[in-house]
Ligand binder design. Sequence first.
Ligand code: UD1
Ligand code: F6R
Length: 695
Amino acid sequence: MCGIFGYVNYLVEKSRGEIAETLIEGLQRLEYRGYDSAGLAIDGDIPDETYIVRQIGKVAALKKEYESKHYNPDVTFVSHAGIAHTRWATHGQPKVVNCHPQRSDVNNEFVVVHNGIITNYRELKQLLQNKGFVFESDTDTECIAKLFKHVYDTNIKNGNDPDFNELMKQILIEIDGSYGLLVKSIHYPNEVVATRRGSPLLVGVKTEKKLKVDFVDVEFSDVQEELNPTQKSMEAGQFVPVASGESALRQSRSRAFLSEDSMPQPTEFFLSSDPSSVIQHTKKVLFLEDDDIAHIYDGELHIHRARRDGNMSATRSIQTLEMELAQIMKGPYKHFMQKEIFEQPESTFNTMRGRVDFQNHTVTLGGLKSWLPTIRRCRRIIMIACGTSYHSCLATRSIFEELTEIPVSVELASDFLDRRSPVFRDDTCIFVSQSGETADSLLALQYCLERDAITVGVVNSVGSSISRQTHCGVHINAGPEIGVASTKAYTSQFIALVMIALSLSDDHVSKVQRRHEIIDGLEKIPEQIKTVLLLEDKIKKLCTEELANQRSLLLLGRGYQFASALEGALKIKEISYMHSEGVLAGELKHGVLALVDDQLPIIAFATRDSLFPKVMSAIEQVTARAGRPIIVRNEGDESIKIESALATLEVPLTVDCLQGLLNIIPLQMMSYWLAVNKGVDVDFPRNLAKSVTVE
Ligand code: UD1
Ligand code: F6R
């Protein structure tokens, strides 16, 4: 998701270095939302100069790019306006030219950062091109920057000298869609205008003295009515210059910012799409309403609206955020774990974004591309990991072997090291780790590097030790995982491993059809996860009514679903402290059956694949001993009718090798609700740490 951050200082002396750092830090606070590129705009050394720095990848990459420019960090600004952005590509690839800020022209007269989508950008672009504007990017945002310049120039030509907010009003008549916008211009030094429609935006205010009143008056104008608001001037073939009737407003002082002695007072403003990036600076924030135009200049915040709206309040209150940062970042969820479970439609999509071309059925992993021929020639693949990450390897081993036709073994890092397992230079060792810092996995990586094997990382944390020390790899791009129990990292690791298998097999003619089937399946996964998440109420009820007093639980799975059984059992153990065990359904009769009675809850994964009949026979063995299973089955699969079942949880059908992505989600929710019911601190279960950096 895109993120906006802006910083305006007035009579608060800041060096360029400090300003850039504030902007970059603000973006870092937005990182958890996911993005693929970033950028910022600040003032240059001479008047009318704006520096724009942009880079694809992480905010850390932007910081590096900024540093490489060697702008003098010591130049000070008593007043200054800077804007910044993290972008999630919608219109145009993640390329530098498509990063924000977008600009009006080579002189950076107007620079814009934008969240959302301008739906009529094609028409606007055409019109502006007809007027001689040359576009540089594939973005919809660029037309806003160019539109600003065009409207500004037209005004000036006609003898008007419009206020910045008047310009914004004129622009808003022309654009359709949804947006959060910040605009900076050399024509309005140290000022920012901001607006929103359907996309959040807030302004944080920091002053030394207490504000006189905790609200800002809305300044209405009916200027649009004169302009016939229903008709875009663009449709009439040209832009109508703004009637400059409002300059007098510049004289009016905003009551909130009036100091006792009427002297201007030092003020800082932080504009953002997300309170989490503002809270470290100030707790005083004003949330903009749709169509509000915030105009910041001379240490004051003015809110303008084009028209007086019947029911609309004439003030905007400056609220005090009582929430702590952690709380804000949790959004509407009670715990990070719950938030991360519910993020999976997005996080799984992010793992595939820019990598899977669903139309042409191709997969491109930038971090692996040049290594593919070497890996294809290897003698065997060894997947090495711990805990949940190990389960993602188990879940995908079979499809790896099927597609690559290379033998695959899956190892727990600690056991692999204990055995000092033989490793050779024609082996490929894949290290799967959310944190990239797990000590056992890191030691195993050293061990394999010493033996000259090819090492591949599948890691969530960019810049982590495993990510740095492996020869190559894939970042799973799931976004930060904060809850100790791994949830969204599991589904993203699963997808990343499937993508690796697809990449390795894209030269196998005999696999074309199977690969198409899997890629089609992958496309639907994010939406299907949304459907599975609807089971939450049912699962919550099941946990309260049937499972609350249980001490133990078994999970049965076979084939692809054995990993789901193990991972489900691990989730339940670590979060709810209830004993649980994942059992390979085929092993039931070799011992575990002795545990089955009418008390022990048993969860059976009975989704459709070639092993379905065998799973059914295991379920029958359970019910024949008065067991009351909880069945996870595909939607509408009426063939499974078990009178004694405690509950049935239905998940959508997908390709056999991807079914585990959907099946694990009810178990994640179950472990969560079992733990919440017990009053356990879900995000920090006892005895466990998020990153296990000791052996
Ligand atoms: C990269 C960018 C991504 C951008 C994309 C498109 C980074 C971190 N990623 O993603 O933001 O959207 O280009 O241009 O800047 N690597 C390892 N070991 C690991 C994981 C990764 O060595 O465990 C290496 C890879 O080989 C690669 C680099 O790190 O050289 C980045 O990997 P990854 O983020 O997966 O690459 P892209 O998908 O190309
Ligand atoms: C379980 C869990 C752990 C980790 C394991 C490996 O929910 O989070 O089992 O999966 O400690 O950690 P990473 O993936 O960071 O190497």
